[in-house]
Design a protein around this ligand. Sequence first.
Ligand code: HSE
Length: 435
Amino acid sequence: MTNALRLGIAGLGTVGTGVLDMLSTHAALLAERGGKPVSVTAVSARSKGKPRGNHDLSKLEWHDDPVALANSANIDVFIELIGGDEGPARKAVEAAIAAGKHVITANKALLAKHGTALARAAEAKGVALNYEAAVAGGIPAIKVVREGLAGNAPRKVFGIMNGTCNYILTKMGNEGRSFAEVLKEAQALGYAEADPTFDVGGFDTAHKLAVLTALTFGTEVNLDAITIEGIENVTLEDIRNAAQLGYKIKLLGVAVRHDSGIEQRVHPTLVPKGSPVSDTDGVFNAVVVEGDFAGDLLLEGRGAGAHPTASAVLSDIVDIARGNMRPAFGVPAASLKKYQRAPEQAHRGGFYVALQLHDKPGAVAAIASILAEEGISLESIVQRGKTDHSTERDTAQFILITHDTLEPSIRKAMGKIATGGFVADAPRVIRIARI
Ligand code: HSE
């Protein structure tokens, strides 16, 4: 009988326990698909005594230190589910590679910061660096881009890649509930990161985008080149305004390959209702890849939670059992191109602008002339009259939707509007994607 593939799991939180669930439920199936039995031989976690569902860990080798687990002679594959871009996760992954173990990781923060170096190290040692669970949870986006689209040179990849944010925006819109209340619910359901500012601040999406960009375009990973805005400042009112104008607000991660370089952005975005990603609600994620020969692909599924994420880890395990070895970022690490950042003007699109205008003669005319000076043309204008009855401020809310325009023009116009004495609050601006 073929020798079993021996797994060492570091981190037994939500995802780690999910992996144990799948391994016990599907032991026979996995052995058949991988061509050999797969079993956990050793584990490492912060607290040894903590109950972990029905799983009896007493017969497994236990390590308090994940680096010791990475060096254990009793594992072939090191599965890193600790998280964090430095500290124990990084040390343990580096140790595992140095010790000649295959590595599976769900750690997008680690890959976004050290992905290129880790890919080089893994290749030098002839071991796998698999990370299907790091991007969009249960959606096999990595495999689709690396293998299914191996013959394409995509120009764009984008998506909704944070389940927590999508859950919050969906619930706020559908149920009129506050940001804070829905965030608490997402944390209780196990969707959010240990520190939820990673989710709502857009950093988690940025980590995933950085990894997906490197894979899609064959470049070195570059997290620092991403322009990041989170959803903390999106209000219930913005969500309602957008809905009335035929849009939903989603946190998108977008990467585009221009002739001048690569543009990567993460920000709240108005997407037209009825477009494919606008129907991706709740904890669901969506990844869209525009293949130059395959055309557009939309992948949708659960982006967070124990079992969807564990499902991605399991696909990496089966790949290693089968002996499927591919370069981590689709091309040998030495061939990854240097990252070249596109100038910011490359971004062109529509904008949602919410202005709290002082209700006095000439205010609208002044706004219109500032927009005209910057060459910004409007698709629609809605005036809502007084909205703040509690303070009885003499203001009127103006919602503008612009035609496609260059981002610097909008920024310039908003600067003039903000300092011109026409508005009671800073203008609120959200980009529109007509997809
Ligand atoms: N916190 C992440 C999310 C988990 O909400 O999508 C999956 O990476």
